[in-house]
Each structure stands twice: as structure tokens, then as C-alpha cells.
Design a protein around this ligand. Structure first.
Ligand code: SAH
Length: 219
């Protein structure tokens, strides 16, 4: 058991050096979180040895855990502090939520596929990540009762910016969302201040579909 965790610790350090730091992630809070959270725990046993590789991996239900670098890039773009309340759309494996939970005050995460929701919930309990609150449902409508949020992260590709999420972002808040078609998207970062909304494009990316009322229609 101890040998096992040492092995993953080493793979994690290598991931940090070769994929995260080498590509310019500098926020110390993001680096510390990625160094700490055991990514291998968020994939099936058969995939654990590959979990620190430079690619996404399947997590069942035709969904994926994002590539480590994209998790770091999106987290850094949120500019989180320890006081922030963050909303995540697309819990999936729970890995991104666990990274957010290391940095922020509280994480609210929504997943639309029941089996993934249940599994992530169980993991958060086992890992004693008590500052993560989970919800089963369509995240494109946001989480009205808990809004506004200091930061919002969408980890699935949207056809456009879900307006509910924008309205649930606090003044001073940051929102990161992949927007595009079903094959390729741009990672869009939105900030809100007293004068309005500002948008920058962080570059190309590829995510699974955001399915819901303000996303893609699956049925
Ligand atoms: N953040 C995840 C990435 C999972 S992939 C991780 O770290 O593993 C994207 C996830 O978004 C999938 O699990 C998918 O089911 C979920 N999803 C897609 N549309 C959604 C919606 N409208 N509301 C909530 N979750 C959604």
C-alpha cells in the first residue's frame, strides 16, 4: 500500500514538472492543489497507472476526466482565493471539484448522469472533502438558491454561453466555459464588474457535450 502511494506520488511530481509547470502554470495555489490531490483515485483501477499521463481518460457513461493541464489552466483562470464560493457544472469523476476544494472556501458541483453523481459523492465522503456540495440535475440552469458565485467553471462544451450562469456570477466574479461546436471549442473566460461583462479567449480545447436546457439537446 505504501509502495503504491509512493509510486503515484512520483508520477504526480513528474506530471507537475513536465505538463503543468513546463507549460506555464504559475499560480502557487493551483500547483499545490495539483501536487496534493491523488488523481489516480478518480479513475477505475484498470486506468490508475495511466492517470498522470498527458491526456483525458474515460470514466464511464461516455464521459471523460479532463487532461491534467486543462484542469490546471481552467483553475488558474478562475483566480481563486480561500474565501471564494465556486460553482462547477459537470462533476464527472470529481477530480476538478477536488482541486477547486483545495483552494476555495466551498465548491458546489452539479452532474446530470446519476451514476457519476453517486460515485463522485461517495468519493468526496471517503476523502473527507466536506466543503464540496453535490447536486444531481441539469447544471445549465445554475444553482439559483446558492448564487451569486465568485467563480463558475463549466467542464463540458457549450453551444453558447448559458445565460443563467452569467446572471449567477457575482460582480467581480470569473467564469470559464468551453464554447463551440461538438468537435472543438474555445475556452472562454468571462469577468463581471460594475461596468459590465468582459470576455477573453484562452484558446482551443475539446470537451464532451454540455447537455441541457441551455446546452445541447440530446433527445
Ligand atoms: N470535471 C469533470 C469532467 C467530466 S466530463 C472531471 O474532473 O472529471 C463533463 C461532465 O459534464 C460529464 O460527467 C457530463 O455528464 C457532465 N454534464 C454534461 N452536461 C451537463 C449538465 N447540463 N449539467 C451537469 N452536468 C453535465
Amino acid at each position: 500500500m505504501e509502495k503504491e502511494s509512493l509510486k503515484y506520488q512520483r508520477l504526480r511530481e513528474e506530471m507537475l514538472r513536465q505538463q503543468i509547470e513546463a507549460r506555464g502554470i504559475t499560480d502557487p495555489r493551483v500547483l499545490a492543489a495539483m501536487r496534493k490531490v491523488p488523481r489516480h483515485v478518480f479513475v477505475s483501477e484498470a486506468l490508475r497507472d495511466q492517470s498522470y499521463g498527458d491526456f483525458p481518460l474515460p470514466i464511464g457513461e461516455q464521459q471523460t476526466i479532463s487532461q491534467p493541464y486543462i484542469v490546471a489552466e481552467m483553475t488558474q483562470a478562475l483566480e481563486l482565493t480561500e474565501e471564494d464560493r465556486v460553482l462547477e457544472i459537470g462533476t464527472g469523476s470529481g477530480y476538478q471539484a477536488a482541486i477547486l476544494a483545495e483552494i476555495a472556501y466551498r465548491v458546489y458541483t452539479i452532474e446530470r448522469i446519476r451514476s457519476l453523481y453517486l460515485q463522485a459523492r461517495k468519493l468526496f465522503d471517503e476523502m473527507r472533502l466536506f466543503n464540496i456540495v453535490t447536486r444531481y440535475g441539469d447544471g445549465t440552469k445554475g444553482w439559483e438558491e446558492e448564487s451569486p458565485f465568485d467563480a463558475i467553471i463549466v467542464t463540458a462544451g457549450a453551444p453558447g454561453l448559458p445565460s443563467a450562469l452569467l446572471s449567477q456570477l457575482s460582480v467581480g466574479g470569473r467564469l470559464v466555459v468551453p464554447v463551440g461546436n461538438q468537435h472543438a471549442q474555445d475556452l472562454i473566460r468571462i469577468t463581471k464588474d460594475k461596468r459590465g461583462v468582459h470576455q477573453t479567449n484562452l484558446g482551443g480545447c475539446r470537451f464532451v457535450k454540455l447537455v441541457g436546457e441551455q446546452g445541447w439537446k440530446e433527445f
